[in-house]
Design a protein around this ligand. Structure first.
Ligand code: FMN
Length: 209
């Protein structure tokens, strides 16, 4: 098997996918599991995934993704929902409840640290949203590597109307008001990439001291 650096060097973001290709179920499940195991700040459990298979709902949501081909033709399409400023506190409490016994000393230290960092008034709503959004990007970053290791092509898709998508997802009962679709990701067999792979030269990218 190729090492991770080789996989990442060879992988490209798919601009389009073979619409007839289906990712083997076990492989896709492994990618989802890798996403579920992604680390998050303070270990807060504040994310979940919507998997949009080809079909009427994929079509209905297409205008929210400006009908991009890599949205339309992906074998699997994942919307990563994160808690927004309306849900962050509840997610923190839920996580702490699962992680610690009631009245434990560790619990109050942990709780104190999180509350100081997130809820002491330094962060406005937008900054809380941004904090949650960052966690979802870690999840898709991990999915990029996991998928490459299984020969699944991907493209992270940030080019969508979050407002339009949120409206439909809430209407359809697929998302709650306290959640936001921060980032999305397409998976399948790539048929098109854009240009050559361009990266910062190693000597400019790294300074070791
Ligand atoms: C956060 C993020 C959002 C992106 N959004 C889109 C997108 O909406 N549409 C698209 O075709 N590619 C999107 N891409 C793919 C990038 O354009 C691509 O990673 C970049 O051009 C480098 O190409 P490569 O991944 O093939 O090396 C996105 C990538 C990232 C990391």
């Amino acid at each position: 098997m190729k090492n991770i650096a080789e996989l990442m060097t060879e992988r490209r973001s798919a601009q389009d996918f073979d619409p007839h290709y289906q990712i083997p179920e076990a492989d896709f499940n492994a990618v989802i599991e890798a996403m579920r195991m992604a680390p998050s700040s303070y270990g807060i459990l504040g994310q979940r995934l919507l998997i949009v298979n080809p079909g009427p709902m994929r079509e209905k949501l297409a205008p929210c993704f400006y009908n991009q081909l890599n949205y339309l033709n992906a074998s699997k399409f994942v919307i990563v929902l994160g808690v927004n400023h309306k849900g962050l506190k509840t997610a923190v409490t839920h996580t702490i409840d699962l992680k610690f016994q009631k009245d434990s000393e560790l619990r109050s230290t942990y709780e104190g640290n999180i509350h100081k960092a997130l809820f002491s008034g330094y962060l406005n709503d937008q900054q809380m949203d941004s904090y949650s959004s960052q966690q979802t990007y870690i999840t898709t970053g991990i999915a990029t590597v996991a998928a490459a290791s299984l020969n699944i092509d991907t493209c992270m898709i940030g080019g969508f109307s979050s407002k339009a998508l949120s409206e439909i997802l809430i209407q359809e009962g697929l998302m709650q008001e306290h959640e936001t679709p921060f980032i999305t990701m397409a998976f399948g067999k790539s048929t098109k990439v854009s240009g050559d792979k361009l990266r910062t030269e190693l000597k400019e990218f790294v300074k070791e001291f």
